[in-house]
Design a protein around this ligand. Structure first.
Ligand SMILES: Cc1cc2nc3c(=O)[nH]c(=O)nc-3n(C[C@H](O)[C@H](O)[C@H](O)COP(=O)(O)OP(=O)(O)OC[C@H]3O[C@@H](n4cnc5c(N)ncnc54)[C@H](O)[C@@H]3O)c2cc1C
Length: 350
C-alpha cells in the first residue's frame, strides 16, 4: 500500500496515475472534505490533456491565450488555455480515484514521518512508501530538512460579465505588485489577484474600476526557488511540498501533472524520480533567471519594451521592433532573459 499525504492537486493526480498502474493507494487528508486552496485556476490545455480522466465539466472558461500589460501597453500570445473551477475539478478527480479503487481518509492530519512510521492524529503506522503532497508548508518536507522561500499571493473572486473576456490578463506594473497582478475570467466571475497584500489588490481594483460583488477572498504562499531533496528509497515529495512551482510564472498545476507521471512511472525506484525531475525542462534554470531578471528590471525599461511592441502577438514581434534597445544593451539583455523564460514557460506549462 502506498500512502499519500494531502488530497490537493498533487496528491490526487499522483494517486490517479498510481491506481492506473495497478497500485493500492491511500490518501490522508487533514480536512473533512476535498477543499481547494487559493488559486487563480489558470492552466494550459497541453498539460491538462495528460490527465487520465475527463475534466471538461470542471472548465469554467476556455481562453484564447495570454495578454501581458504594462500601463496602457500590452502584447499577447494566442495559446490554448483555460480557467478551471478548481473545487469541482478536485472533487471530480477524487471521485475518479475512489471509483478506481483508491482510498481517502479525511480528518487525518499527518504530524510527521520518520524512516519507518507515519504519525497521524497521535498514532503511528508503519509505511512502505510515503508521498508528501501536503502543500507549501509540508510536514513531509521536514523529513529531508528542506526549507523554502515563499511569495505571498492574494485574490478575490468577483461577480462579473465575462462574455467578452477571452484572455488570461497579467499586469506587470510595479505600482500594484512587486511581481504581477492577474485577472482570469470564469463563467460569470473573475479571479483578480496579485503577488503582494490585499491593500495592493484593493488599489488594483480601483485602478481597473472593478466593482462587482466579492464572492470569495483567498490567499496563500507559493514556494519558489530550486528544488532540493525530493526522494529517497521510501519517501518522495511532489507539488508545493517539493517546491515544484514554475519559478517564472509561479504556476503549480502544470509542473504537478508532469511530475506525477514521472513519479508513478518510477514508484519502485524513487531516487530515479528525483534524478528525472531535476533534469526535466519544467525545472530549466532559464525560469529562475527570468524571475530574478524581472526583479532587477526598472519601470522605465519595461516601458521602453512594451511601448514598441504594443498590440502585437508574440510571433509578430521581430528583432527590428527592439532595435532601439541596441542603445541600451543592459535592458536588451534583461528583456532577452525574460523573453526566454516566457517562451519556455509557454512550452512547458504556465
Ligand atoms: C494566490 C495563488 C494563486 C495561484 N494561481 C495559480 C494558477 O492560476 N495556476 C497554477 O497553475 N497555479 C497557481 N497557484 C499555485 C497552485 O495553487 C499550487 O501550486 C497548487 O495548489 C499546489 O498543489 P498541492 O497539491 O501541491 O498543494 P495544496 O493545493 O496546498 O494541497 C495540499 C493538500 O494537503 C492537505 N494537507 C496539508 N497538510 C497536511 C497534513 N499535515 N496532513 C494531511 N493533509 C494535509 C491540504 O489540506 C490540501 O488538501 C496559485 C497559488 C496561489 C497562492
Amino acid at each position: 500500500m502506498i500512502y499519500i499525504v494531502g488530497a490537493g492537486p498533487a496528491g490526487l493526480i499522483t494517486g490517479l496515475f498510481l491506481i492506473d498502474r495497478g497500485y493500492d493507494v491511500k490518501i490522508f487528508e487533514k480536512n473533512r472534505e476535498i477543499r481547494s486552496t487559493a488559486c487563480g485556476e489558470g492552466c494550459d490545455e497541453k498539460s491538462l490533456k495528460k490527465l487520465p480522466f475527463d475534466y471538461e465539466e470542471a472548465i469554467a472558461k476556455k481562453v484564447k491565450g495570454i495578454k501581458m500589460f504594462f500601463g496602457k501597453w500590452f502584447f499577447y500570445v494566442d495559446v490554448d488555455g483555460m480557467v478551471l473551477n478548481r473545487q469541482k475539478w478536485l472533487e471530480k478527480m477524487a471521485h475518479e480515484f475512489l471509483k478506481r479503487g483508491g482510498e481517502i481518509e479525511f480528518s487525518k492530519k499527518v504530524e510527521k514521518i520518520d524512516n519507518k512510521y507515519i504519525y497521524i492524529n497521535g498514532e503511528k503506522e508503519k509505511y512502505e512508501i510515503c508521498i508528501g503532497a501536503d502543500g507549501p508548508f509540508s510536514v513531509i518536507k521536514e523529513y529531508f530538512g528542506n526549507t523554502y522561500n515563499y511569495m505571498i499571493g492574494c485574490q478575490y473572486e468577483i461577480e462579473y460579465d465575462t462574455e467578452n473576456m477571452d484572455y488570461l490578463e497579467f499586469y506587470t506594473d510595479r505600482k500594484f505588485s512587486h511581481y504581477y497582478a492577474w485577472i482570469f475570467p470564469k463563467e460569470k466571475s473573475i479571479n483578480v489577484g496579485l503577488i503582494g497584500k490585499f491593500s495592493m489588490l484593493d488599489k488594483f481594483l480601483r485602478y481597473k474600476n472593478i466593482k462587482g460583488k466579492i464572492i470569495k477572498k483567498t490567499g496563500g504562499a507559493i514556494p519558489v526557488g530550486s528544488v532540493q531533496r525530493i526522494a529517497d528509497k521510501k519517501v518522495a515529495l511532489i507539488g508545493d511540498a517539493a517546491c515544484l512551482t514554475n519559478p517564472f510564472s509561479l504556476g503549480g498545476l502544470s509542473p504537478i501533472i508532469y511530475a506525477a507521471e514521472i513519479l508513478a512511472r518510477n514508484i519502485n525506484d524513487l531516487e530515479k524520480y528525483e534524478k528525472e525531475i531535476k533534469k526535466h525542462p519544467i525545472l530549466n534554470p532559464v525560469l529562475i533567471k527570468g524571475m530574478e531578471t524581472i526583479f532587477k528590471t526598472e519601470e522605465k525599461e519595461m516601458e521602453m519594451f512594451y511601448k514598441k511592441i504594443n498590440g502585437k502577438e508574440l510571433k509578430e514581434i521581430k528583432f527590428w521592433d527592439l532595435f532601439h534597445l541596441l542603445w541600451h544593451p543592459s535592458t536588451l539583455l534583461k528583456m532577452y532573459k525574460i523573453y526566454k523564460a516566457f517562451c519556455h514557460s509557454l512550452k512547458w506549462g504556465w
